[in-house]
Design a protein around this ligand. Structure first.
Ligand SMILES: Cc1ncc(COP(=O)(O)O)c(C=O)c1O
Length: 358
């Protein structure tokens, strides 16, 4: 089903999932906000929301005990790759959660641009993807891929143009179209959709395995740069969030710069300097509050108090930092490597970071 983006694909599942008061919505602490938001649908039905924790490396244990879904419909949400740390979570959890009675929602938005995903080996019930993240164009186009039996269990809370066989106004009746057609609301982005085949062919021509291997090499170099940067006094100049190994991780790394006394350099300064140098470093929490809480400690009581104290409309990470007396990092920097990245890009990043160290 074509959607406006990955978030819209996730919302299609969340709003239509038949949560009951006996249901469980179980998810990793590491999830994008567009997955986190599904908890409001679970809450509204009185379902239990269960978060699974991360370890110090921001990974989860594939051998962990999953709470069973029980007799009521249960949803398990897993990001194939963290958009914060780049960690690729164990895809074996898909089968495990299905075995525990869940329908599984796999957020593959950050994973598929540089890693092959075989849905016959990873039989998730619902998968979301966003095309511009894979081949840069078109923006505003995502997809929800669903198993037919899982799709049939969803209960759509509304209908729209294009999704119905008939609607009566005289009697409040309607019937949704069968399968995916019942989920594509309104006019699809047909001009964008026309570009998708070319994008997929491009990735296929280069070869997903080849892309994956190349990104692995570039990520190794990126991690090497970040972990080797030191001050003259021997102290590390970078705090890296997440694993230092390149096993089971994609091409993204999040970090903060530290000064020679170990204090965090405000990420905004580095982000601006990177922008001036023509380097795209993303700063902030990357719409991933669970990892931000695990990595930066943003779940501590004084941070929660600050959130509450800021009047609606006034929230920004800068305000949050001030409210917390600038005592700890409220955001991080993320460097990502992808199909378009080359070694010179990493050298330019390295010299930018070295400049900060001086
Ligand atoms: C892991 C992950 N999931 C979901 C999304 C949301 O994607 P979109 O912006 O296409 O809605 C993103 C966006 O960065 C992401 O990285």
């Amino acid at each position: 089903m074509f959607t406006a983006n990955a978030s819209a694909a996730l919302k299609l599942v969340g709003e239509a999932f038949p949560f009951t008061a006996d249901s469980r919505f179980t998810l990793l602490q590491d999830n994008h906000n567009s997955v986190q938001g599904i908890r409001l649908y679970a809450d509204a039905a009185g379902a239990e929301v269960i978060y699974l924790p991360l370890d110090d490396d921001l990974r989860c244990d594939p051998a962990m005990d999953l709470p069973e879904a029980g007799d009521a419909p249960g949803l398990f949400a897993l990001p194939a790759q963290s958009n914060f740390s780049g960690v690729q979570h164990p895809l074996s959890l898909v089968e495990k959660a299905r075995g525990g009675g869940y329908d599984v929602l796999l957020d593959a938005a950050a994973f598929v641009p540089t890693s092959p995903l075989d849905l016959s080996a990873v039989p998730a019930d619902f998968v979301c993807v966003s095309f511009y993240k894979m081949f840069g164009f078109p923006t505003g186009l995502g997809v929800l891929i669903a198993r037919r039996d899982a799709l049939a269990r969803l209960r759509r809370p509304w209908f729209a143009g294009g999704t119905v066989e008939y609607v009566s106004v005289h009697e409040p009746r309607h019937r949704l179209r069968l399968g995916g057609e019942g989920f594509e609301d309104g006019t699809p982005n047909f001009l964008g959709i026309a570009a998708v085949s070319a994008g997929l062919r491009f990735l296929e021509d280069v070869g997903m395995e080849q892309i994956h291997e190349r990104i692995h090499g570039l990520t190794e170099r990126l991690i090497g740069i970040l972990t080797s940067l030191r001050h003259a006094n021997g102290r590390p100049a970078v705090e890296l969030y997440g694993p230092t190994s390149t096993e089971d991780r994609g091409g993204a790394a999040s970090f903060n710069l530290l000064d020679q006394d170990g204090a965090v350099v405000p990420y905004g300064q580095v982000e601006r300097a990177a922008g001036d140098a023509g380097i795209s470093l993303r700063g902030g929490c990357f719409c991933n509050p669970g990892v931000a809480e695990a990595a930066l400690g943003l779940g501590r009581p004084e941070a929660l108090e600050c959130y509450e104290s800021m009047p609606p409309g006034s929230f920004s990470l800068k305000e949050l930092a001030e409210c917390l007396d600038n005592e700890f990092a409220v955001g991080a920097l993320r460097a990502s490597v992808g199909i378009a990245t080359n070694e010179q890009d990493l050298e330019r990043l390295e010299s930018l970071l070295q400049g900060f160290r001086r």
